[in-house]
Write a protein that binds this ligand. Structure first.
Ligand code: ADP
Ligand code: MG
Length: 396
């Protein structure tokens, strides 16, 4: 895409968005439950969560397409939504890119882009030049007279982006804009949209159920589940100190092992797994005192197979694993092993003998612990300390 052509907003009037205790109830249910979120001017924030967790509801409320049943939303210092009273969408400095593109089939590309500007009161004399500018910027040069059906999926999505940009919004909302594209195009468009957002410096909120998209697009992540915000943090914070076991699973921590806190050495915890095996991890959670029973989650990539005389690096801990199963996955072997009667997964570049015992080194940055039997609420309460210490450890 040719970003250099554009003269649209470059951060000059990016707006902040404040979401305060916003809920959206429906008869018989709640789509969004007391969400609070503060988005800085120019920030690109990704909202990640499974289908049905309330992502679109949140975006629609910000866009003014829906009214909250509780709470309020402020954009650029102005309250735009509160129960029973909303500023209509066209009077908000916001525009949205929809999942299904929402292009009108009977209109040409030019007409589609022009329609938004007309509707939002962009002065007529600049329509033509802005359409040309956007078409060039989004690699749609010469396609202004075409109809949506004459465009590929990727081109249709670019038209949807052009239409949203045409009104020069201070806040851009993306609702899973790539989920109707094939895998290869999705990867390419993900990179292009990330570049676009970097260049525009507009505030952007990007909703997705795809972790890779969320990481590529957002500097901060909001993780949602069942209508609630479960964690807000930088990509790194969410990956290193997931606020709940559920989030740990979402960001790639697989196995869950049981253990007991054996020692606390500053922010390093040693967890006994039984049979004399133990693992270490970083945690600032004050609830994890010696004797506490914990569930451990481990990233398979942080388990490294050791050769016979190889020793662990600092920050790693050696564990003996009895191999139970080894299956080929095209370019590596997935190994299922047993440690103190519990199963553990890791990868190997060559097959391992089933029933053989092998040594592995486990990187303590790839392990996180949750108090056993702990409701997810507790995980959340402990989050702040855990994030701080884990990040401090990493940067130290
Ligand atoms: P997501 O975009 O994360 O997939 P949505 O925000 O679309 O989720 O929906 C969140 C929840 O709200 C879902 O359980 C959905 O069924 C419910 N919901 C959405 N719109 C309505 C509606 N108009 N009436 C009743 N329930 C709705
Ligand atoms: Mg949705």
């Amino acid at each position: 895409m040719n970003w250099h052509a554009h003269t649209l907003s470059a951060g000059s009037h990016a707006a902040d968005v404040q979401i305060r205790n916003v809920s959206r109830h429906y008869e018989g249910g709640v789509a969004l439950d007391r969400a609070s979120l503060s988005i800085e001017p120019g920030e690109v924030m990704a909202i990640l969560g499974p289908s049905g967790c309330g992502k679109s509801t949140l975006l629609r409320l910000i866009a003014g397409l829906d009214t909250p049943t509780a709470g309020e939303i402020e954009i650029a210092g102005e309250t735009v939504s509160r129960p029973g009273r909303i500023t209509p969408p066209e009077r908000r400095p916001v525009n949205m890119v929809f999942q299904d593109f929402a292009l009108w089939p009977h209109m040409s590309v030019e007409a589609i882009i022009r329609f938004g500007m007309k509707h939002r009161g962009v002065p007529k004399p600049i329509w033509h030049s802005r359409i040309e500018e956007l078409l060039a910027m989004l690699d749609l040069g010469g396609m202004g007279k075409r109809y949506p059906r004459q465009l590929s999926g990727g081109q249709q999505q670019r038209v949807a982006i052009a239409r949203a940009l045409a009104t020069d919004p201070q806040v851009l909302l993306f609702d899973e804009p790539l989920s109707n594209l094939d895998a290869q195009l999705r990867t390419q468009m993900r990179i292009e949209i990330a570049e676009l957002l970097q260049r525009l410096e507009t505030t952007a909120i990007y909703v997705t159920h795809d972790i890779q998209e969320a990481v590529a697009l957002g500097r901060r992540l909001v993780v949602m589940r069942s209508g609630r915000i479960e964690q807000i943090g930088s990509v790194r914070e969410v990956f290193q100190a997931p606020a709940s076991q559920w989030i740990a699973g979402l960001v790639g921590y697989s196995d869950s092992l049981r253990g007991v806190v054996e020692q606390v050495q500053g922010k390093v915890l040693v967890i006994a797994l039984g049979d004399g095996s133990s693992l270490a991890l970083h945690s600032g959670d004050p609830a994890l005192t010696p004797g506490t029973r914990v569930a451990l989650r481990i990233r398979p990539e942080s388990i490294r197979l050791l050769t016979e005389d190889e020793s662990a690096h600092s920050g790693e801990r050696v564990v003996n694993v009895r191999v139970t199963k080894c299956s080929f996955e095209g370019h590596k072997w997935r190994v299922l092993g047993d440690v103190a009667g519990q199963s553990i997964t890791f990868f190997s570049l060559h097959p391992l003998d089933a029933a053989g015992v092998t040594r592995v080194a486990v990187d303590c940055n790839g392990v996180c612990a949750f108090q056993e039997g702990d409701p997810e609420e507790r995980d959340r309460a402990c989050l702040e300390g855990a994030v701080e210490s884990a990040v401090a450890m990493q940067t130290a």
